[in-house]
Design a protein around this ligand. Structure first.
Ligand SMILES: Nc1nc2c(c(=O)[nH]1)N[C@H]1C(S)=C(S)[C@@H](COP(=O)(O)OP(=O)(O)OC[C@H]3O[C@@H](n4cnc5c(=O)[nH]c(N)nc54)[C@H](O)[C@@H]3O)O[C@H]1N2
Ligand SMILES: Nc1nc2c(c(=O)[nH]1)N[C@H]1C(S)=C(S)[C@@H](COP(=O)(O)OP(=O)(O)OC[C@H]3O[C@@H](n4cnc5c(=O)[nH]c(N)nc54)[C@H](O)[C@@H]3O)O[C@H]1N2
Ligand code: SF4
Ligand SMILES: [Mo]
Length: 732
């Protein structure tokens, strides 16, 4: 009988990284168990439990595949890893020779693949390409970049000690970001107040002390209203503002342009309730506004994120107990900021980065401005916070890929990211991919994006590799993930991919680590431990947090202070003060405000639709409609409906919910149908995907970062028949 082994792992099915245990027998993962530490044991959801179904799935990619049919035809031959890497290196060199290194672009989010260790950025910086795009431009990465404008870092909320939590939409649940859900529950049990701003009665809204049902896309106006109350009633930390903030008077005059009558009109929330919430937040002994994707993805994104930063600062909640901690780099783990080699990319190549001129906030343009203060305060010139502070703009990139302007992009590598469905304007992304000379995908399953590739490289998963998770420099805690089984056949890590490519392209001296264990020992060297010592000692490594570090070091901004008035935005020619901008208006033709999101419990983003135990829980995509809107449109619960914008149409089943806000429609993210492989274009990637509806036209983009408006764009909904090609699934 085969021996059972159990090891500590960090789940990478979603991006929150629960610490779990994996049990294996006979070379296969058999079970996922909660961590034995009682403080961590509640951090597990049913996607984590389902990991053996994912990792042992018969459809896992196991060998490299080379395209034999037309691009997208999904016809392949199996080739060896060596042959695939040789051919990829040769063809990439050809593209670079013909069009320059900037013609090479990469898309990855790194959430699931984890183990890239910034070797992608190192490779690109050495060959000369700035065109790295990511899902983190819509999620936390861009928030990190915008936070830096105000106080030079991206803070982490101190949930365990706080007295007040404010959730702008953000809705962690038992099966969505379980550890955050558990921490919010614990904080409430310890007496913390909860304020939720959400158009719907979300799960968090149900247990909140105050719920503000704002209109989708009006978060910036809401924050301006809060500041109006806080300034008028002198609820701010006058000493901190005097000593550590610049631009208070200018900000105050801007805030005066938003009296509560105006904010009530924009947000649709009663002014008394707005004032009550602002008072509750500002007068709490300590308070946090945790990061939220809702403000990452709307037309006033830069202002809304800045306003969260400003609220934290003026209420005295920065770098204090129960507030928001500015952690700095880990002392125990060499950060990606050192590994990525951003200093080696020539200034003229940085200036070619897509988005550099028009939407510069998360590009190299701002990274260069913040280089000196960042080095002075935090010890490195480039801050790779959640990977997001020196990215190219995806919409500009995909446009260039399909049109050749302003210059050609001809090679596209996509790793652990279902790019076709993960950015705005899916038709544009599709066109862009069809126009490439070389596409390489690194995947664990054949996704619609991988179907468009020339080579598909098989990826390993978290039970098949050693790893130390560091939350991408957002926090300083290190957690342990040990390999329990070997990856199938030729599956391997993205770390291996970049090293093997670099060595084939004359960069061997910069890729000295032959495998993951070597890079892990290198990154841990400053802790005085090797990976196996760390694994033998504990499953977590903490770094003591010191508060009010700014007293010694200042803030990593050009002025060294909290910039309420942003000198960087000013220098770039943008409004240096936050403002509300209204998204494209609804009309008689498109009368509803559509938002994407409310994550499906059963899946992470575009993944797992092929995992039966999970799919059974959520068999079909659902549009949420308010009962009155459903009546008006003659649609009943369980009917199928077509949702249309000016840019495209999708279909999904309707769930009529009294918790929805009238006039709003929810469209889920990331739906495609693995079961339609071979029957529908790219496994039904155009049937229900939100990315078909979301536009990347200028009037839908935030000015400063160029992020799309996913929260409240105009659409219309009509009853329709279920798509013929869908097998009759439960309820269809
Ligand atoms: N239209 C639209 N776009 C969005 C969003 C939206 O709501 N609407 N949401 C945004 C948000 S919040 C985020 S976080 C990003 C998420 O973007 P990503 O994190 O890139 O998520 P996915 O695009 O689903 O791609 C993940 C892919 O990784 C593969 N994978 C999983 N594990 C591994 C592994 O170990 N190795 C390899 N090689 N591959 C693996 C999965 O099969 C899946 O296809 O998307 C953003 N994009
Ligand atoms: N099971 C599961 N869990 C996940 C994920 C997953 O795919 N599946 N993805 C993970 C990732 S990457 C992310 S980013 C998070 C996202 O998860 P959350 O942060 O919870 O965000 P969403 O689920 O998109 O939407 C949350 C709420 O925002 C509200 N909302 C819509 N428009 C607006 C608006 O304009 N303003 C405000 N204030 N609220 C609005 C919606 O009504 C909804 O209740 O979930 C993570 N957790
Ligand atoms: S919440 Fe679930 S999917 Fe996400 S890391 Fe934890 S167990 Fe894995
Ligand atoms: Mo996300």
């Amino acid at each position: 009988m085969a021996e059972k082994t159990t090891k500590h792992v960090v789940c990478t099915i979603c991006d929150i990284g629960c610490q779990l245990r994996a049990e294996a027998k006979g070379g296969q993962v058999t079970r996922i168990l909660p961590h034995e530490n009682p403080l961590l044991a509640g951090n597990i959801c049913y996607k984590g439990v389902a990991a053996p179904h994912i990792h042992n799935h018969p459809d896992r990619l196991r060998t490299p595949l080379k395209r034999v049919g037309k691009r997208g035809a999904d016809r392949w031959e199996e080739i060896s890893y060596e042959q695939a890497m040789d051919e990829i290196a040769e063809r990439l060199s050809g593209v670079i020779e013909a069009h320059g290194p900037e013609a090479f672009a990469v898309s990855t989010s790194g959430w699931n693949t984890q183990t890239t260790h910034s070797m992608d950025r190192r490779f690109m910086n050495l060959i000369g390409s700035p065109n790295w795009v990511s899902g983190v431009s819509l999620c936390a990465g861009n928030t990190a970049a915008v936070n830096r404008l105000t106080y030079g870092w991206f803070p982490m909320p101190d949930y365990m000690k706080t007295k007040c939590i404010v959730l702008f939409g953000h809705n962690p649940r038992q099966h969505s970001w379980t550890p955050i859900y558990n921490m919010i529950k614990l904080a409430q049990a310890q007496g913390a107040k909860l304020i939720v701003l959400d158009p719907r009665v979300s799960d968090q809204a149900e247990v909140s002390d105050l719920h503000l049902r704002l209109r989708s896309g009006t978060d910036a106006a809401m924050c301006l209203g809060w500041l109006k109350v806080i300034f008028d009633e002198k609820l701010y930390d006058e000493e901190f503002v005097r000593d550590w903030c610049v631009g208070f008077e200018e900000l105050k005059s801007r805030v005066d342009e938003y009296p509560l009558e105006r904010v009530e009109e924009i947000t649709g929330v009663d002014r008394e309730l707005i004032a009550a919430a602002a008072r509750m937040y500002a007068s709490a002994e300590s308070a946090v506004i945790p990061w939220t994707p809702i403000t990452d993805q709307q037309i006033s994104s830069t202002s809304a994120i800045r306003l969260h930063s400003i609220l934290r600062a003026v209420t005295g909640n920065l770098d204090v107990e129960g507030g928001e901690s500015l952690g700095g780099f880990s002392q125990n783990y060499i950060p990606e900021s050192e590994l990525g080699f951003h200093e080696r990319l020539a200034p003229e190549q940085k200036a070619k980065q897509m988005g550099y001129d028009e939407h510069p906030v998360y590009t190299y343009r701002v990274a260069e401005i913040l280089k000196e203060p960042t080095e002075k305060t935090w010890g490195y010139p480039y801050a790779d916070l959640v990977m997001g502070c020196q990215m190219a703009n995806p919409s500009d990139l995909f446009r260039a890929m399909s049109t050749g302007a302003p210059y050609p992009i001809k090679a596209f590598f996509v790793l652990g990211n279902n790019a076709l469905l993960s950015y705005p304007n899916q038709h544009q992304v599709h066109k862009a991919m069809l126009a490439q000379d070389l596409i390489v995908a690194h995947e664990i399953f054949m996704t619609p994006t991988a179907m468009l590739a020339d080579y598909v490289m098989p990826g390993d998963v978290f039970t098949e590799r050693n790893h130390v998770a560091d939350s991408w420099s957002w926090g300083t805690r290190l957690t342990l993930s040990e390999k329990v089984v070997e990856p199938p056949r030729e599956a391997s890590s993205t770390f291996q991919f970049w090293g093997d490519l670099g060595r084939r392209m004359g960069l061997a001296e910069h890729f000295p680590w032959k495998n993951l264990d070597e890079i892990l020992d290198y990154r841990l060297s400053r802790s005085g431990r090797t990976f196996s010592e760390f694994a033998g000692e504990s499953s977590m490594l903490f770094q003591e947090d010191e508060h009010k570090k700014y007293l010694k070091r200042g803030f990593a901004t050009p002025s060294g202070k909290v910039e309420l008035y942003s000198s960087v935005l000013d220098e770039l020619g943008f409004d240096p003060l936050p403002y509300h901008r209204e998204g494209p208006a609804t009309s008689a033709e498109y009368p509803y405000r559509v938002f994407t999101g409310v994550r499906d419990d059963s899946f992470f983003q575009t993944g797992q639709r092929n995992i039966e135990v999970l799919r059974r829980k959520t068999p079909l995509p659902e549009l949420f409609l308010h009962p009155k809107d459903a009546d008006r449109e003659g649609i009943e619960d369980g009917d199928w409906a077509k949702l249309e914008t000016e840019f495209g149409a999708v279909a999904a089943r309707v769930s009529v919910q009294a918790s929805m806000k009238e006039g709003h429609v929810r469209v889920p993210h990331g739906w495609w149908y693995p079961e339609l492989r071979g029957q529908e274009l790219l496994s039904g990637a155009f049937i229900s995907s939100d990315a078909v509806l979301c536009s990347d036209a200028p009037e839908f983009l935030d000015y400063e970062q160029g992020v799309p408006h996913f929260k409240g764009f105009p659409g219309r909904v009509t009853r329709t028949e279920p798509p013929e090609s869908l097998p009759r699934m439960a309820g269809n």
